[in-house]
Write a protein that binds this ligand. Structure first.
Ligand code: UT7
Length: 351
């Protein structure tokens, strides 16, 4: 069996910086509230009509590919994680393939729909394919253009102030070096709270999960299901979140899944060189840090500058930490994420 190593990594964030003060002009919120509850000072928003989840993913991928020392044509599998795809279908994987002008290679492209833990799910999928020798250069991308689909009125403030745009990517390759690369990945899900952090409408659910009343279905048979007049009039067409439930569950599941990974490898939290938590909320990351007894320099936080970039947050943070010289040969790097679904996971990597 091969080991899976990260051969190259890159990130891209759009130029436009949106400080909290800009959101104060759109909704009833304050810089003080946002910073105190989340740690976020600013986020990036992509350029309208010119940037998308796909194009940002491609920019991050180009950097990762160059650092891996391969040509884009060498990529033999594309995995794309996002909750803000350009289209309902097809997925961003094929759009990225076209954007990067590598359609002639006809490599497979898979979209992962696991929100905040999408990158770790993608990493686990890639790991299985590399270990068995099926693929040799997997491109894994996490990218989000969330600014396109947020509610900028006061009603959506608990969600909209948190999210930002950006992309991160890695190239994964097989290695024969013992005790190096991805040591293990650990994935979980609990669909009980699926709607507690969700983007429900428009959609094909037809009211099955939450009851018909809320959505204003008429006796029309087909054609009026995906987007109803009521959904539109009430602007019930944005992401919604039960922040407190998500917060409480996250602070339990993050440490749990990290300990699971450590135990599986006979390691302790003191063995971790660097923790890269999904950047959901600075308070969540600080809580996890305390639970694991890690020092400030052992945890990478950048939510202050980018907000929560969902599937992109782990690869952006990992790349930034690597660029800052915080990830070196032999280091034990722990990735962990929790989010909508609920889904969560961790990965341990011996660099
Ligand atoms: O990456 C995916 C996973 N997502 C997360 O991990 C998010 C986890 N949850 C959180 O980070 C926090 O729950 C939030 C930051 C979203 C919210 O913080 P909170 O301390 O849980 O606030 P809350 O939802 O309990 O709301 C407290 C008050 C409410 O007002 P009242 O009812 O007390 O009058 C909210 O309406 O804060 C109000 N509020 C705001 N005020 C100003 C909610 N959002 C805002 C806002 N600005 N942006």
């Amino acid at each position: 069996m091969f080991h899976t190593k990260i051969a190259g990594l890159g990130y891209y964030v759009p130029e436009r910086i949106v400080p909290n003060s800009e959101l104060e002009n759109l909704m009833d919120t304050t810089d003080a509230w946002i910073q105190e509850r989340t740690g976020i000072q600013e986020r990036r928003y992509g350029k309208l009509h010119q940037e998308t989840t796909t194009t940002m993913g491609a920019r991050a991928a180009e950097i990762a590919i160059e650092r891996a020392g391969i040509q884009k044509e060498d990529i033999d599998f594309i995995i794309f994680a996002t909750l803000s795809p350009d289209y309902f279908f097809p997925g961003c994987g094929v759009l990225l393939q076209r954007e990067m002008k590598i359609t002639a290679q006809e490599m497979p492209a898979l979209d992962v729909r696991n929100q905040c833990s999408g990158f770790i799910y993608g990493l686990s999928i890639a790991d299985q394919f590399i270990k068995t020798g099926k693929y040799k250069n997997i491109l894994l991308v996490g990218s989000e253009m969330q600014s396109m689909g947020l509610d900028y009125s006061t009603r959506g403030r608990n969600v909209s102030v948190i999210f930002g745009d950006g992309a991160g990517a890695v190239v994964l390759q097989p290695s024969l070096e013992e005790n190096s690369g991805i040591l293990s990945t650990h994935l979980h899900a609990d669909g009980t709270y699926a709607e507690e952090l969700a983007f429900i409408n428009p959609g094909c659910h037809g009211g099955y999960h939450l009851g018909l009343e809320r959505f204003g279905y008429t006796d029309q048979e087909y054609g009026g299901i995906f987007l109803t007049e009521k959904m539109w009039q009430e602007q019930d067409i944005f992401p919604n979140m039960n922040g407190q439930l998500v917060f409480k569950t996250a602070v339990t599941k993050f440490p749990e899944v990290i300990h699971e990974a450590l135990k599986a490898n006979d390691l302790k939290s003191s063995d971790i060189s660097l923790l890269i938590p999904h950047q959901a909320n600075l308070r969540i990351s600080q809580f996890v840090q305390r639970q694991l007894g890690l020092k400030d320099e052992q945890v990478w936080n950048n939510i202050q500058r980018y907000g929560n970039t969902t599937a992109a947050s782990v690869p952006i943070a990992l790349t930034e930490a690597w660029e800052a010289g915080k990830v070196n040969k032999g280091d034990l790097v722990c990735l962990a994420a929790f989010g909508s679904g609920f889904t969560w996971g961790s990965a341990l990597i011996r660099w």
